[in-house]
Write a protein that binds this ligand. Structure first.
Ligand code: ADQ
Length: 472
């Protein structure tokens, strides 16, 4: 039985935390700026850093640049936790991260198999790098019964197996942030069984929603012949529980930011600059899974069919540069540029620009301004594990309509959204019209339900609940 400390101030009274936590993630949670080292922004960092800061622990991640120390206490003057880097050569980064993770596991899990690059050198490097991550974890932990190892995401499928081999009694959890595809899709991978065996080194595997839990369990049953008992998988003398733990955002902080009077003012100015009665937004990483191009085509169809909206609606789409080294990402960038140019060329007149497109990163404060300014958010990924932009919009908006792809994890949790099939261009075009013409009472009613759910999904609850479940 593990020993746990009671929670402190920022956690709910139900929260339990291990005495020693080691987080394993692709990236470390700190970065160097002109003013020195600081923690990076992002859902995962936000969720896990408070746990590490409150009680200490270790964060293991890759070292992408050569001169960074392998071990770094943070903050340097009064350390809360240790950052342990696994330094990677350019070849290792290419094979493990850009290759196996981003050109195999990412497209496969999102059912976009036309992007698969099944190269042997990718899996070979991935095996090697996972082993090095596992070695780093073994070096930084002692094997005590109070220790918990929590691995994040698809970059580390094999390290749980390595750690389990060396430490049969270790407590190991894994959270998978993207969809787990249907077994028939997962089995396309020539190394599907090996990867599953690695994952089954864990005691608990978490996914956002039940669909992914079921897909994983079926994969283990069919491909490995594992014994299944409810949500428990028995394989080679070890038991792994598989559960849904939907992730949330930092609701409190987002709410506070969104209700800052300056955000309201900036949102008003932003609408004035756009100069139209209606504003629709899209906010994503520039990724082929996010459905940005299909959404633009749907907006084009909406304009074709509804001339009364010409000059009267702006679509504001921002896309953060992402994985820019990869050809498939350069291609989606070109395709989006091309379709934006075509729509504006076709429809713009006088001072009206129908699509305002920005290829850059914004601060969370700026994002809040856009969320507040929008009449509707078009969140239409072709697949998405959860999609937390959805939750940010729901938290910030006061009267906006959420148009949400039914192929996201979020769709299972948010039935009050206007749900669409992202592959159905006509349906999407129609949803834009429905959103812009939705009666105020209906908008309010839907938002009430959405906001209630998003409050319960808070990211701190997510971390607490996962760690509590791992302790069982
Ligand atoms: P992502 O694929 O990155 O995450 P998402 O959940 O939408 O997708 O999170 C994106 C984050 O980036 C949001 O916090 C958003 O605010 C921010 N962002 C997007 N565009 C931005 C911009 N232009 N400028 C600044 N910030 C921007 C993966 C999975 C998801 C899963 C999360 C968490 O793919 O399915 O929801 O992990 O588990």
């Amino acid at each position: 039985m593990l020993a746990f400390t009671a929670s402190s101030d920022c956690f709910s009274p139900r929260a339990y935390r291990p005495l020693s936590l080691t987080v394993v993630a692709n990236r470390v949670p700190i970065r160097q700026t002109d003013d020195g080292w600081e923690t990076s922004v992002g859902g995962l960092t936000t969720a896990l850093l408070p746990v590490l800061e409150a009680q200490g622990g270790t964060w293991v991640g890759m070292g992408e640049e050569p001169d960074l120390p392998e071990r770094q206490e943070f903050p340097a003057d009064d350390p809360d936790f240790l950052v342990r880097r696994v330094p990677l050569s350019t070849e290792e980064l290419d094979g493990y991260y850009y290759g196996m993770a981003n050109q195999i596991l990412w497209p496969l899990s999102h059912y976009l198999i036309q992007h698969l690059e099944l190269k042997d050198e990718f899996i070979e490097t991935y095996r090697h790098v996972n082993e090095r991550f596992a070695d780093a974890v073994l070096e930084e932990t002692e094997g005590g019964e109070d220790e918990v190892i929590w691995i994040q995401d698809y970059h580390q499928m094999l390290s749980p197996g390595h750690i389990r081999e060396e430490r049969p009694d270790a407590t190991i959890g894994h959270f998978w942030h993207i969809p787990w595809p249907a077994m028939e899709v997962f089995r396309i991978l020539p190394w599907a069984r090996e990867l599953l065996r690695g994952m089954l080194g864990c005691d608990l595997i978490g996914f956002h929603v039940e669909e992914y839990v079921d897909n994983f369990i079926e994969s283990a049953e069919v491909l490995l012949g594992a014994e299944i008992d409810g949500n428990v998988i028995r394989y080679e003398g070890h038991e792994t529980r598989v559960e849904a733990h939907p992730i949330g955002i930092e609701v409190g902080r987002f709410k506070e930011m969104a209700h800052d009077p300056s955000v309201e003012q900036e949102a008003k100015k932003f609408r004035e600059r756009l100069g139209t009665d209606h504003v629709v937004i899209g906010i994503d990483r520039l990724d082929y899974t996010k459905g940005i191009r299909s959404r633009m085509l749907a907006f084009e169809e909406f304009l074709e069919e509804n001339p009364e909206y010409h000059g009267n609606v702006s679509f504001f789409q921002i896309a953060t540069p992402s994985r820019t080294e990869l050809e498939s990402y350069q291609q989606i960038r070109r395709e989006v540029d091309e379709v934006v140019g075509r729509i504006n060329g076709r429809f713009a007149r006088e001072s009206w620009v129908p699509v305002n497109y920005r290829y850059r990163t914004y601060t969370q404060y700026e994002l809040c301004t856009f969320y507040r300014a929008a009449d509707a958010a078009l969140i239409t990924p072709l697949r998405d594990g959860m999609n937390v932009v959805t939750q940010e919009f729901v938290t910030a908006t006061q009267d906006g309509v959420l148009i949400l792809s039914e192929l996201t994890g979020a769709a299972y949790l948010l039935p009050e959204a206007l749900q669409v099939n992202p592959y159905d261009q006509g349906g999407l075009a129609n949803a834009i019209k429905v959103a812009l013409e939705m009666p105020t009472d209906e908008k309010k009613e839907r938002l009430k339900g959405l906001k209630q759910t998003v409050e319960t999904l808070d990211v701190h609850n997510w971390a607490d609940k996962f760690l509590s479940a791992l302790a069982k």
